[in-house]
Design a binder for this molecule. Structure first.
Ligand code: ADP
Length: 319
């Protein structure tokens, strides 16, 4: 294999740039030419393809977002769209593709592989919701952004003796809420994977108040419901002054943490190794700090789950 391509797709995440850099430099290290495909699968279909050299990925390891841009593309979900993409890749003599993105992007990579074009998936999403890997690129950075916000909100919550509901990202996965809630010392963590009893939350808030607690912090993953609505219910039920903060897209941005840069470098480089070994249809990941690769079809069949031990711990520490 003499030429490979790389693209980023779906929701961006901090550390995608570090992954692109690793793909480009690892390939060049092995005398393989690399082409960047801009704007995800949309750019693949329309041929936004440019050769990248060592310098093209200089000065990006510390930057959030993705220098290749990202996009969503409905046309690529059709076999016709996928064929157009393969034709573009062939035009440039590209023989393998590294796809950095979330599960939607993995479905695109699976489709290309099934049509005979080898792809390897690299998990880039802040949600940490890709099966087969302990961590996804961007999760650690997002988590640190959330913790920074929780700490700041805690200061004002204490001063005003208020209850705060902080809505974080996670439509289907509660990892950001669970990890940030645990590390931010939240009293209550609500995630889409677990049911909750309003009565129990209200009871805990009241007990804390009676004990002289100056504030309460509730972390709610967006998939559970509206933070604003939830805040209203809490205020009505407790009569405690309650405020809501919806953190939104700040969670997607920022300079990647060291952990995300290292993870992205390791996973990006491993993806290139697999492509060069002729192993398409794989998804790279990390398990117990060891690099792994799984069949992308199997990864897409599995359902992401939260760590139940950690969820239990979060409950035990917030009594
Ligand atoms: P993420 O990768 O962050 O989960 P999306 O779910 O939006 O983001 O997916 C990104 C892109 O991947 C989509 O816009 C589409 O082009 C492509 N994609 C998603 N699902 C499929 C599919 N079933 N087949 C082919 N391509 C897909």
């Amino acid at each position: 294999m003499k030429r490979i391509g790389v693209l980023t797709s779906g929701g961006d995440s901090p550390g995608m740039n570090a992954a692109v850099r690793a793909v480009v430099r690892k390939a060049i290290y092995h005398d393989v030419e690399v082409f960047g495909i801009y704007h995800g699968y949309a750019g693949l279909i329309s041929g936004q393809i440019k050769q990248l050299n060592v310098g093209s990925v200089g000065d990006i390891i510390h930057r959030g977002g993705t220098m290749l841009y990202t996009a969503r593309c409905e046309e690529f979900k059709t076999p016709e769209g996928q064929q157009k993409g393969i034709e573009q890749l062939k035009k440039y003599g590209i023989e393998g593709l590294v796809v950095i993105g979330g599960d939607g992007s993995y479905r695109g990579a699976r489709a290309l592989t099934e049509q005979g074009f080898p792809c390897v998936g690299v998990p880039g999403t802040i949600d940490n919701d890709i099966p087969g890997t302990d961590f996804t690129i961007g999760f650690d950075t997002a988590l640190n952004t959330v913790i920074d916000s929780i700490d700041k909100i805690r200061d004002t919550a204490t001063s005003h003796e208020r209850t705060y509901v902080i809505e974080v990202m996670g439509r289907h996965a509660g990892d950001i809420a669970l990890w940030s809630g645990l590390s931010g010392g939240a009293e209550t963590i609500l995630i889409p994977e677990e049911n909750f009893e309003m009565e129990e939350i209200i009871g805990r808030l009241k007990r804390g108040h009676d004990r002289g607690k100056k504030h309460s912090i509730i972390i709610l993953a967006e998939g559970v419901g509206s933070g604003v609505e939830f805040g209203k219910q809490i205020q009505e039920a407790t009569n405690f002054e309650t405020r809501v903060s919806v953190l939104g897209h700040i969670q997607r941005g920022g300079s990647p943490t060291a952990a995300d840069r290292v993870l992205a470098s390791r996973l990006g480089a491993r993806a290139v190794e697999l492509i060069l070994e002729g192993k398409g249809g794989r998804a790279v990941g990390i398990k117990n700090n060891q690099l792994v690769d799984n069949d992308i079809i199997e990864v897409l069949k599995q359902k992401h789950t939260i760590d139940p031990v950690m969820y239990q711990l979060s409950k035990e520490l917030s009594i």
